[in-house]
Design a protein around this ligand. Sequence first.
Ligand code: SAM
Length: 275
Amino acid sequence: MGIWLQEEHTRGYVVNWRLHNIIHTETTRYQELAIVDTYEWGKALVLDGVVQTTEKDEFVYHEMIAHVGMMAHPCPRKVLIIGGGDGGVLREVLKHDSVTSVDLVEIDERVIENCRLYLPTIACGFSDNRANIIIEDGLKYVKNIKNRYDVVIVDSSDPVGPAVELFGDKFYRDVYAILHEDGLMVAQAESPLFFGESFAQVFGNMRATFPIAGVYLACVPTYVSGFWAFAVGSKKYHPEQPGKERKPLTGLKYYTPDIHRAAFVLPPFVRDLVR
Ligand code: SAM
């Protein structure tokens, strides 16, 4: 029957992943970490029993959390990523020629080290000389930093363990303070179907903090329910479409300007949640 990883999303909903093998496991300072080789989805990073990213479908999530905000800004140069220890968002942000530096603030260096070793196609951006890796709690970093950013992307794990306070309104105000006067912030906002409260909390924080706030969706097959939401908060630019001065990126597998616009078209049940 082989080896199976059991991912418990709720007490009533468990997903079973058939594995070729378990490549690596360890207990880091912050979480249980595993790298597994799955039958259907390639190699995957698992943190505290939750699948974070898989080789087969990671491009959907990483392109959508990175390019919607990056393309809505006319010329993003300085970018901050909170979390994102697998390197997928970093890889995508670095595809923008306008970017001069990306600070990636990850609390757990063992995530970065293991992803560089076992998930090189996702973690390839760490070797780019524009990438600055900072091992720190994102919550603390945004409080003390004097830098100013054009785009901040919060690619945190779910609101459990070290990521809990990245879903709090204080964190959003601190991010607002380190953005340029025309900056914008994107955060992964969980599943509106399964974690409606966390979703509503993330969007509520954005709307309370920024003059312009929006929600967009993408289907991430290996995340619970596949229905995944992202929230955007912006000081100046409307995020619902790429900036007209931006030339389209080539070689992407999911994001296009039409997908960007369509992602903001919300089904009534999601609109009701954000209302
Ligand atoms: N795409 C995934 C998702 O949507 O669940 C998240 C991927 S990434 C692996 C999440 C990262 O956030 C992890 O590496 C975790 O260590 C990091 N993280 C959690 N809390 C953090 C914090 N307070 N500061 C910085 N990084 C944090």
